[in-house]
Design a protein around this ligand. Structure first.
Ligand SMILES: [Zn+2]
Length: 108
């Protein structure tokens, strides 16, 4: 991509999905299922200035684990599906996600 080119939000989302899929190979990182595996935003996009669509904030989850992760977002009921655990599984952290998000707008 061109130097200085700024990706639009939808381009960043596509790039996020591709980056997480490339790393996690469509396998759920919690239970290793391959049923309807999709990237999950570990922390809500609204918490990031640039939308948090970065690999450091993404984890591939199957449909069942996705449901549990969404339930955690609402009720904080099951720590095994919390952001802290997801960051640990993918070897990232809140700080790394914030730093990657900050760079996401300026480079491609
Ligand atoms: Zn799963």
């Amino acid at each position: 991509m061109l130097m200085g080119y700024k990706m639009s939000y939808s381009e960043r989302q596509v790039s996020f999905v591709n980056a997480v899929n490339a790393r996690d190979m469509f396998i759920c990182r919690v239970c290793e299922s391959q049923d309807f595996v999709k990237p999950h935003y570990i922390l809500n996009k609204n918490l990031f200035p640039n939308g948090g669509a970065v690999r450091e904030n993404g984890i591939a989850l199957c449909c069942k684990c996705h449901e549990k992760a969404r339930a955690w977002d609402q009720f904080s009921d099951n720590l095994y599906y919390s952001p802290a655990i997801f960051f640990e599984i993918i070897g990232s952290s809140l700080i790394e996600a914030i730093e990657a998000d900050a760079k996401n707008l300026s480079n491609s």
